[in-house]
Design a protein around this ligand. Structure first.
Ligand code: ARG
Length: 453
């Protein structure tokens, strides 16, 4: 085992089991590029402040860039007993450039270094996720624009309630994902702040220019308390919270995709490329992408819970427990990216069965409220019209009809105030078209909404 960088005060080497238990290299190696980026900025600042020579800073920069290139080309692998990615890179740097490599860590601790690396990593990934969410939102907007006059039942209690359009239905998810994007972008702002210079916990006596480092890294500001700087993981919890809410939305939509793709609904036909078959039942076409997304929601909630519980009750400042933050954070990133890409593809390729949606809207008495409202306009109080409409629905159920199928004579058996104009009043077009209130389903209202996004 290589000699530890902190071995000066130790008489014995670390036990192998302890070394394995302690090592974060198997997972924190994914932050190699952020670690290198942070070290280049730190060494440039050390030179600017006259703490190390410009020559050393140049050698450090060259050495780090060559390490990065070798990692990316596969020449340099992570099979090392180094304790973590920070030590791995520093050891490798010193092997390559000698003493200058040993000067890199001046005025820095792994405690502020790991806090920086994780923030940079989280910002990079969150920005990619934000772009994927923009793509999902655009996909739904494009779909909605095609369906502002496609009628479907709106549900409460999963019972057909009132007619809406498919565009209006999609609009609900467009709203949810818009909020998710806003939340994530705000979280990125709070994450993109540099803790470097907090040292191990109490800052440093070197005259560091912390803001210069933040600037070099494209970060918005620096942290203002060194204890907090090394031990704050709020931004990871905030990111996981945002992603949990996003998964909650995706899982609700997934649940409806699963239902709507069933033989019972048939509103959706999933593309073959986005469904799977059964090894036993030849007729099956399964909505696995939606089901996995619904399932993986639990996984992201679990990661959020891990982060909250790891951080709970930790005394200031750094504690090794915090190393556990990383795997939960990485799992959130992998799960979200893994879900969004196939989810977007599934939405883009599925066929919308306009005929089935409209038949369901017509068949489910979704215009019964409008029939009651029609009678109100003729002067009957709503409570009475509700009952008349209910009785007509009952009559239809008994006779296997929908309200629109009834003859005027049949209508008049329940209220002689009903006239020929009832048919227009209870048509899907009128029921939906009259709901022009802000946020309502009327075609013109939803078109305006979509055009203003
Ligand atoms: N691998 C460590 C982590 O992820 C880096 C910080 C180590 N700091 C220390 N004081 N042992 O937390």
């Amino acid at each position: 085992m290589a000699k530890k960088m902190w071995a000066g005060r130790f008489e014995k080497a670390t036990d192998k089991a302890v070394n394995d238990y302690n090592s974060s290299l198997p997972f924190d190696c994914r932050m190699y590029s952020q670690d290198i980026e942070g070290s280049i900025a730190h060494s440039a600042m050390l030179a600017k402040q006259g703490i190390i020579s410009q020559k050393d800073a140049d050698d450090i920069r060259e050495g780090l860039l060559s390490i990065k290139a070798d990692i990316e080309s596969g020449v340099l692998t992570f099979d090392s007993d180094a304790e973590d990615i920070h030590m791995f890179i520093e050891e490798e740097l010193t092997n390559r450039i000698g003493d200058a490599g040993k000067r890199l860590h001046t005025g820095r601790s792994r405690n502020d270094q790991v806090a920086l690396d994780q923030r940079l990593y989280c910002v990079d990934e969150a920005m990619e996720i934000s772009e994927l969410l923009d793509e999902l939102k655009t996909t739904l907007i494009d779909m909605a624009k095609q369906h502002t006059s496609t009628y479907m039942p709106g549900y409460t209690h999963l019972q057909r309630a009132q007619p809406i359009t498919y565009a209006h239905y999609l609009g609900a998810y467009i709203e949810m994902f818009s909020r998710d994007i806003d939340r994530l972008n705000q979280a990125i702002e709070r994450t993109n702040i540099s803790p470097l210079g907090s040292g191990a916990l109490a800052g440093t006596t070197y005259p560091l220019d912390r803001k210069f480092v933040a600037d070099q890294l494209g970060m918005k500001d620096v942290t203002y308390n060194s204890l907090d700087g090394v031990s704050d993981r709020d931004w990871a919890i905030e990111f996981a919270s945002c992603m949990s809410i996003l998964m909650m939305h995706l899982s609700r939509m997934s649940e409806e995709i699963i239902l709507y793709a069933s033989q019972e609904f048939k509103f959706y036909e999933l593309d073959d490329a986005y469904s799977t078959g059964s090894s036993m039942m030849p007729q099956k076409k399964n909505p696995d992408v939606a089901e996995l997304t619904r399932g993986k929601t639990g996984r992201v909630y679990g990661d959020l819970m891990t982060l909250l519980v790891v951080m709970k009750g930790l005394p200031l400042a750094y504690n090794k427990d915090m190393q556990e933050v990383q795997e939960a954070l990485f799992d959130v990133v992998d799960t979200i990216k893994g879900a969004l890409v196939p989810f977007i593809g599934m939405m883009k390729t599925m066929t919308i069965r306009v005929d089935k949606m409209e038949a369901a809207a017509l068949g489910g008495f979704t215009n019964a409220t409008d029939l009651a409202d029609y009678l109100v306009k003729k002067g009957i109080p709503f409570r009475s019209t509700h009952e008349i409409s209910g009785k007509l629905v009952h009559y239809c159920i008994e006779n296997g009809k929908s309200l629109n199928d009834l003859t005027l004579d049949e209508f008049r058996q329940y209220s002689d105030i009903i006239e020929e104009d009832v048919y227009d009043a209870i048509s899907l077009k009128t029921c939906v078209g009259g709901r022009t209130v802000i946020g309502g389903p009327a075609t013109s209202t939803v078109e305006d909404y979509l055009n203003n996004l």
